[in-house]
Design a protein around this ligand. Structure first.
Ligand code: PGA
Ligand code: ZN
Length: 417
């Protein structure tokens, strides 16, 4: 039987230049695979723990040498000799070794690097391809981040991400072309209005805009200049990241510095959804404001995707609560919010069984690792959110999906929205 011969971690760097963990698995037939852990900026309070060294004199406290050491000592000791095809067993060992609810003992970054590297090794070992599988696969629709605000930019926009989704795309290359056209036209529009067109962490523009409506108008303009139909060819998706916008009284500043009650915010969302081709809103309220979420989902959830990111943090218990309370109708999936592949797959399965869509997502600090592109296809997820068509760590995921589309040949089709 093929066994895991070696588990080795090292400190490498993410797209923001911050230290992160890479783990490399070697099998006894010398097959090797590795995985790099991403890192967020607007992280939810209920995410699994990201272990950093907090030594102010080394990488400003951000180094991950403790997590690296955890992999190279306790984790490697237990994982060596195991079957790389038994992912459940691997992840159970990792969870037991950590022994805490939120992975604060060994760090979700150390567990995840190993968990995913093992899965990659088993894919190579079994020569698993999409084509030689007896399952059918489809490509996810990309949610491309085109304008940044909130914690992802230094402008006065409070909504964190304005994204586009190419709903009428016939295939993945067509999806990319439609997004490409809108991005290029948006760039021209911004330039003509003398805004800067430098890109932010996720590759979208971060012009010094301060009004949601002005931003939405620019996007609609860019869609029309691309000779595409807003709402039919391209819809707009928002990530409000409202955790960052709630005050002590439970009011929100969704636009400018106004602080509005939950009921007024719901009216505001209803208003912009009726005026603009907005088909998806992520984190419209903060992570503990469950009632507000349920109210909004009952008000607009029939026509609009309401996505829980910080609300669910890829966690089965929190998703179960959200399903029971009808708090949303979609889940954002980030592997490092939970820390093992098995838990990630379980949460996606639970979501899909309950008619929640699953949107596989990058982090604002990401890397050349393209596993999430495969994760989206393997799990039949309808959407992937992995930044704009800019910055190699983002484009790498889209390129991986194009390769998968090519591999599938005439069996390739788009998922269903
Ligand atoms: P993060 O942002 O990776 O900084 O958390 C992405 C998101 O909020 O979806
Ligand atoms: Zn989010």
């Amino acid at each position: 039987m093929t066994k895991i011969k070696k588990v080795h971690a090292r400190q490498v760097f993410d797209s923001r230049g911050n230290p992160t963990v890479e783990a490399e698995i070697t099998l006894n037939n010398n097959i090797k695979a590795s995985s790099i852990v991403p890192s967020g900026a607007s992280t939810g309070a209920f995410e699994a723990h990201e272990l950093r060294d907090n030594d102010k004199n080394y990488f400003l406290g951000k180094s991950v040498l403790k997590a690296v050491k955890n992999v190279n000592s306790v984790i490697s000791e237990k994982i060596i000799g195991q079957d790389p095809n038994n992912q459940k067993n691997i992840d159970e060992i990792l969870l037991n070794l950590d022994g805490t609810n939120n992975k604060k003992n060994l760090g979700a970054n150390s567990l995840l690097a190993v968990s995913i590297a093992v899965r990659k090794a088993s894919i190579i070992l079994n020569n698993e391809t999409y084509l030689n599988s007896n399952k059918t696969f489809s490509l996810p629709y990309p949610l491309m981040n085109i304008i940044n605000g909130g914690a992802h930019a230094d402008n006065d926009l409070n909504i964190q991400e304005f994204m586009i989704r190419p709903d009428s795309a016939k295939n993945f290359m067509d999806a990319i072309e439609k997004c490409f056209l809108v991005i290029q036209n948006l760039k021209k529009i911004l330039k003509s209005k003398k805004f800067l067109t430098n890109v932010g962490d996720e590759g979208g523009f971060a012009p010094s805009l301060n009004s949601n409506e002005e931003t939405l108008n620019f996007i609609v303009d860019a869609i029309e200049k691309s000779k595409l139909k807003p709402g039919l060819d391209i819809s707009i998706c928002l990530d409000v990241a409202a955790n960052e916008l709630i005050d002590d009284k439970g009011n929100y500043s969704i636009q400018s510095s106004n602080h509005e009650t939950v009921d007024n915010v719901i009216k505001y969302y209803q208003n912009i959804v009726s005026k603009y081709p907005i088909k998806s809103i992520e984190d419209p309220f903060a992570e503990e404001d469950w009632n507000a979420w349920s109210k909004l989902t009952s008000a607009i959830g029939k026509n609009v995707q309401v996505v829980g990111d910080d609300l669910f943090v890829t966690n089965e218990k929190r998703l179960t609560k959200g399903i029971e309370g009808k708090s949303a109708n979609s889940i954002l999936v980030k592997v490092n919010q939970i820390g093992t592949l098995t838990e990630t797959l379980n949460v996606i399965e639970l979501a899909q069984k309950n008619n929640f869509s699953s949107v596989i997502s990058h982090r604002s600090g990401d890397s050349e690792d393209t596993f999430i592109a495969d994760l989206a296809v393997m799990t039949n997820s309808s959407q992937i959110k992995t930044g704009s068509l800019a910055r190699s760590e983002r484009v790498a995921k889209y390129n991986r999906l194009l390769r998968i589309e090519e591999e599938l040949g005439n069996k390739a089709k788009m998922n269903i929205l």
